[in-house]
Each structure stands twice: as structure tokens, then as C-alpha cells.
Design a protein around this ligand. Structure first.
Ligand SMILES: [Zn+2]
Ligand SMILES: [Zn+2]
Length: 340
């Protein structure tokens, strides 16, 4: 059985009717609910004239979703935790809940500094922004310090179908305020996309809307408009993320298997041909480099650096993870040994 096809629908919403008017959005969501979707993803993106609202979902009568086709397929959720991260945020350690494998597999060899270990989801609540924290709705910084704000209903619900009209309208008004506050200072609200995952499409049981921004306007707002406390927190979350993604020597050695010659290092990110020289000289500090190849059209998918000795590669990987190649590019490294 191939499984039932997704239902997809796209609606165009003119500009003025979105951010200020939760009711208008309500009507659109009434349509979503009328389709009796249980597992769905709603994505709102800016368009030329306003906003495009797209819905992708499975009808309620379908018992099980189609089999997963790839690793990015979202229909796995929600993950199970002993408690709800949104309802009991003071219990939710960010290091434990947000980074699979926790500290044993990743993070700095000596463990996390105490101030970062202490961070919980409750630190991420935007307590100092009254228009983002209403009677029915909460707003949060992303625990992984990505350029997004998370908006949740205060009540524990799995999706909009469990919310009443007032709660839904309030939630979408807060989403509008979030866009005004974090979307830069231009005449039109700027955001990248708004995503609501429900049913099996979500990874966290408590309903949540993610409002994504482009890096630059978001970081600009962090710099200019946030309180010192909030900026400090954002920097701590960023540092926590960096530390939790640090490769560990033992894990890398294991990944390479027994063969520590001709190691290919995949560096994810967008590179241009002039980055090649820089990469070559950076990796050469650690040992002999056989080649640097750009992947995809023009290095848009990353590069592969081949090193002759695995131990050199391990040292390079660890050191280069501390390095940024230009703005916004974090090195994500995957290794494979013994390949040609
Ligand atoms: Zn909850
Ligand atoms: Zn999610």
C-alpha cells in the first residue's frame, strides 16, 4: 500500500488582513479544521501581495501515515518526554531536552559550564514583552538560538482543533506582534515563514507555532532592541548550542572505523571557489590534504576535503569547528574513511 496522498491547499491572504486581524486568520483555520485534518503542517510565507498559506496534511480517516521516505520527513512526532516542556518549563533542561544524546556523546570534554547547564526552557520565556505574553498565549526564544520565536497556547493542547475561537485568535494576534517586534523596522513586516505542525507532524506534544526570520534583521533586533538580560541569554543559548555540537575525538575515531587513511571530510555550508584556498590552508595546518572539492553547483552544498591521515583529520575537525567561514556558516562535519 502506498498510503493515502496528502491533502494540500494554498490560499493567498492580502497584506493588511494578516498580522493585525486574528479573526481573519481564524476563518482560514476554520477551513483547515473543516477538512478534519489531524496530522498536518501549515506554512505561511510572505508573497508579492501579502501572505501565502499552505496546508499539507493527512485526512483524519487515514489510520497510519505513509512510510517515511527520507530523513527529513517530519511525520514522526511527537517525541516523548516525562513531562511537557511548555507546561513545566522550569524542569526542562535545555542541554538534556534539545540535544539528542546529551552530554555523554557530545559537548566539551569537561562537561558544560555551570551557567549553561542551569538553563531551562523557562529562561526562554519572553517575560518582559507583555504584548507577546497574553492571557492565552506565551512566546519563547528558541532554545537553540536560531532566528525564530516560538508561540504557544498557555493551555496544554495538541493542536488548534482543541482550542476555542478566543484562544486561536489570541495566538495569531501574538504571532502578528512577534512579526512586528522582530521583523525589522521596515514598512512591511518581514519574516521568513510561519510553521505550525500538528499531529504526527510535530516533534513537541504541546501545540506551537514557529515564526522564522532571516538572520540579519533578527540579529539586528537582538542587538538594538533587546534588554541586556535577553541579549546575555541569547548569547548563552548560542554558546550552549556551539558547545553541544562540538565533535568528540573518541566519537570521530569510532565513526572512521579501523581505517584511518584517506579520510574524506564533508563540510556542510555554502562555499564559493575562492574559499577553496582558505580551506586548503586551514586544513593543511593539520597535515597533508589530497584535495578540496566543491559540492553541488558552485559549492552550494558544501565541500569535501580529503586528508591522508585520519589523526590529522580529527585534529582539523576539532579545531575547525571553532571557526566560522564567513557569516552564518557553521561547519558541520561528517567523516568517512577509506573512500577514494
Ligand atoms: Zn503542555
Ligand atoms: Zn516543532
Amino acid at each position: 500500500m502506498g498510503g493515502a496522498p496528502y491533502l494540500t491547499e494554498t490560499v493567498d491572504i492580502p497584506f493588511p488582513q494578516f498580522s493585525a486581524d486574528g479573526k481573519r486568520v481564524n476563518e482560514l483555520f476554520a477551513k483547515v479544521i473543516a477538512q478534519k485534518l489531524e496530522d498536518y503542517r501549515i506554512k505561511i510565507t510572505p508573497s508579492q501581495t501579502g501572505f501565502t498559506l499552505g496546508v499539507k496534511g493527512l485526512p483524519a480517516q487515514v489510520e497510519s501515515p505513509p512510510p517515511r521516505s527520507d530523513a527529513n520527513d517530519p511525520k514522526r512526532g511527537p517525541r516523548s518526554f516525562a513531562f511537557c516542556l511548555s507546561c513545566e518549563p522550569e524542569k526542562a533542561s535545555i542541554a538534556e531536552c534539545n540535544y539528542e544524546g546529551g552530554e555523554e556523546k557530545r559537548g566539551p570534554p569537561g562537561g558544560l559550564p555551570a551557567n549553561l547547564r542551569r538553563l531551562t526552557a523557562s529562561n526562554c520565556l519572553l517575560k518582559h514583552h507583555p504584548q507577546l505574553m497574553t492571557a492565552f498565549t506565551d512566546s519563547w526564544l528558541d532554545a537553540q538560538a536560531r532566528p525564530l520565536i516560538i508561540v504557544t497556547p498557555k493551555r496544554h493542547v495538541g493542536g488548534m482543533e482543541e482550542m476555542n475561537e478566543t484562544e486561536i485568535a489570541d495566538l495569531w494576534c501574538v504571532v502578528g506582534s512577534v512579526i512586528k517586534q522582530f521583523g525589522g523596522s521596515g514598512p512591511e513586516p518581514r519574516f521568513k515563514e510561519i510553521v505550525l505542525n500538528a499531529g504526527k507532524f510535530r516533534n513537541i506534544a504541546h501545540a506551537h507555532v514557529k515564526v522564522w526570520f532571516e538572520d540579519e534583521p533578527f540579529l539586528d533586533q537582538v542587538e538594538r532592541c533587546w534588554s541586556t538580560d535577553e541579549r546575555t541569554l541569547f548569547e548563552q543559548l548560542h554558546e550552549l548550542r556551539r558547545l553541544m555540537k562540538l565533535p568528540r575525538e573518541d566519537a570521530l575515531r569510532k565513526e572512521m572505523g579501523g581505517d584511518l587513511t584517506n579520510v574524506r571530510i564533508f563540510v556542510k555550508g555554502t562555499f564559493r571557489s575562492h574559499d577553496r584556498t582558505e580551506l586548503l590552508s586551514k586544513f593543511s595546518q593539520f597535515g597533508a590534504v589530497s584535495s578540496v572539492e566543491l559540492l553541488g553547483a558552485d559549492g552550494t552544498e558544501g565541500v569535501v576535503v580529503s586528508m591522508q591521515h585520519g589523526e590529522d583529520a580529527i585534529q582539523a575537525i576539532i579545531a575547525l569547528n571553532l571557526t566560522r567561514f564567513g557569516r552564518n556558516i557553521m561547519c558541520k562535519v561528517k567523516v568517512a574513511a577509506g573512500l577514494k
